[in-house]
Design a protein around this ligand. Structure first.
Ligand code: HEC
Ligand code: HEC
Ligand code: HEC
Ligand code: HEC
Ligand code: HEC
Ligand code: HEC
Length: 394
């Protein structure tokens, strides 16, 4: 791992087009800037879900959802109101849409805090149906950290968390989510001024993906509604997570619950009344295997830590997943990566990586414990789902 100097001098506004007023002036420059010199990486990143999580309804409201806004084919009613204020909202009121690969959720204004709140239904992309969604915390203070780049809390009063202010350099998982701040490098064009996970240890590179692909509960900061958070903003107000430089496991461990990651928080026990309630299988089978598969989505990091791919330095996340194409090479699919290292073995992904972690009704993401004895039956996954059709576009 490389230790980098922060490029505090660069005051560049970049990235997000939806809410420029909130953008931070700092050492992050945004993915558009990287594009000028790294066209191939930019183009192939732009095609991934990392670049498509948070979009305007004009860009990305799903056609199926738009066509069935009032009621789906099964008779389930669509979204009608905001979860926090309870006030009625229509499709035209949607400010941003979140997701589209597995499910899509809808953000409307929360006039009480000036932030965004969720509507009461989510669209299941695979099963094409409306499902209840009850999240009652502002998007900016419960979700955005993992769905944006260089998220930071810029002002915070513990006695009055509703007044907190946040900023981000851009929506989505931009280049600097994984490469750290890029202002200095964008000027010098030097290798030494940017973090490349390919040069890092398996522990350090997994920390980068693990900042988001993890489930945790935070008692250090509260949401605007005064609840525990599910993300982990930087402990210093005004500061943000810097990939390649920060070890977020050490930030405020006494105020975090991250089973399987922090000491004294094993996976073979339950954490009721938290977001980690029944988050892993910890039945007799799991205890026998000593492999605890996830029961909720975005826990791949906690699963992967248990496998020899991690413990024996077997494979980094990025050995199987290319976040973008590498120069002069086509972007490979994860399921085609195994043969790179396992020359004599053919793994069946359906058996080894079943869909066990729930993401919507009867829809699951794949296990990442890489357990050769795996025999749990998986449910439907989003594998093979094509890019969906969007409402305003053919
Ligand atoms: C003005 C041009 C320019 C801009 C803007 C730029 N880069 Fe680079 N980048 C380069 C060059 C040139 C190299 C190759 C350096 C070398 O091989 O010594 C490079 C190399 C890299 C590498 C590989 C480092 C390694 O270890 O091999 C990464 C990763 C990278 N850039 C990421 C980024 C990101 C992320 C951004 C935006 C924040 C960015 N770059 C913006 C010119 C640029
Ligand atoms: C989700 C994390 C992630 C995102 C987002 C991401 N990268 Fe990377 N990038 C990586 C990883 C991991 C590697 C090392 C991959 C490897 O060598 O197998 C890498 C490698 C690179 C390299 C070196 C390429 C080479 O051929 O060696 C460059 C340049 C680069 N990234 C630029 C970018 C730019 C520009 C963006 C945004 C458009 C971006 N990255 C977005 C994770 C990411
Ligand atoms: C700790 C990081 C983290 C937090 C906090 C978080 N997410 Fe996510 N979210 C992820 C990751 C990672 C995925 C990708 C799925 C996976 O890895 O299993 C994801 C997936 C999603 C998806 C599915 C995207 C698609 O294309 O179908 C939606 C929708 C979503 N999150 C909304 C939210 C909302 C709403 C909140 C706040 C209540 C939230 N997320 C909080 C990390 C997070
Ligand atoms: C800033 C948070 C963040 C970071 C860092 C991050 N991810 Fe993600 N990732 C997400 C979210 C959120 C989604 C869901 C995107 C969606 O579907 O809307 C996602 C989706 C994915 C997906 C499924 C979608 C697809 O394009 O196949 C894979 C695979 C993935 N991430 C791998 C990685 C790897 C590997 C790394 C580290 C090199 C990484 N991610 C780093 C937040 C993050
Ligand atoms: C970069 C090389 C690399 C890639 C790519 C890779 N593996 Fe592995 N894998 C290893 C190594 C090394 C080990 C550890 C062998 C040992 O125990 O010493 C391993 C171990 C395993 C194990 C046993 C894990 C355990 O914890 O008991 C399974 C199962 C496995 N790999 C499946 C896969 C599958 C499936 C893929 C493709 C999706 C894949 N591997 C891709 C290198 C790799
Ligand atoms: C040994 C190879 C390997 C490693 C290491 C690995 N993955 Fe995966 N991952 C896969 C395969 C194979 C799939 C399934 C792809 C498919 O459905 O075609 C997958 C799927 C995913 C998905 C989408 C789940 C779904 O059901 O579609 C996410 C998100 C993801 N991986 C994140 C990560 C993260 C984060 C890491 C590191 C903490 C990681 N992966 C490490 C091979 C790997």
């Amino acid at each position: 791992m490389r230790f980098l100097m922060a490029a505090a001098a660069a005051l560049v506004l970049a990235g997000c087009t939806t809410d420029p007023g909130r953008l931070a002036k700092n050492d992050f420059v945004g993915s558009e800037k990287c594009q000028s010199c790294h066209k191939e990486e930019y183009k192939t990143w732009k095609e991934t879900w990392h670049a498509k999580m948070i979009r305007t309804p004009r860009e990305a409201l799903l056609k199926d959802a738009g066509d069935n806004w009032g009621k789906d084919a099964k008779g389930n009613a669509g979204p009608t109101k905001g979860n926090i204020t309870g006030a009625p909202y229509r499709m035209d009121d949607v400010e941003l849409v979140v997701g589209s690969h597995w499910k899509q959720r809808y953000l409307v204004k929360n006039p009480t805090t000036g932030n965004l709140q969720f509507m009461d239904k989510q669209w299941n992309t695979v099963h094409k149906q409306w499902e209840p969604y009850g999240q009652k915390n502002d998007w900016e203070t419960q979700c955005a950290t993992c769905h944006a780049t260089a998220y930071r809390i810029t002002s915070y009063d513990p006695a009055n968390p509703a007044t907190q202010k946040v900023s981000m350099v851009e929506h989505n998982t931009g280049c600097e989510s994984c490469h750290g701040p890029g202002a200095l490098h964008s000027k010098t064009e030097k290798k030494a001024d940017i973090f490349n996970p390919a040069d890092a240890s398996v522990e350090q590179s997994a920390l980068v993906c693990g900042y988001c692909h993890v489930r945790k509960e935070n008692y250090n900061f509260k949401t605007a509604q005064g609840k525990h958070r599910e993300d982990q903003p930087h402990p210093v107000i005004g500061e943000t997570y810097k990939a390649g430089q920060d070890d977020w496991r050490k930030w405020y461990p006494e105020k975090m619950l991250i089973p399987g990651v922090l000491p004294g928080q094993p996976l073979d026990k339950n954490y009721p009344d938290t977001d980690l309630n029944n988050a892993f299988f910890f039945d007799e089978k799991a205890k026998g295997w000593k492999r605890y598969d996830a029961r909720k989505h975005h826990q791949e990091y906690q699963e992967y830590l248990q496998s020899t791919h991690y413990t024996k330095d077997g494979a980094h996340c990025h050995d199987c997943h290319q976040p973008h194409a590498l120069k002069g090479r086509e972007k490979l699919a994860a399921r085609d990566s195994c043969a790179d290292c396992h020359k004599n073995k053919k793994y069946d992904i359906e058996q080894l990586m079943p869909g066990l972690a729930s993401t919507a009704q009867n829809l699951f993401v794949r296990s990442h414990t890489f357990n050769e004895k795996q025999d749990r039956k998986g449910g439907p996954t989003a594998t093979g789902m094509p890019e969906p059709a969007y409402f305003y576009r053919k």
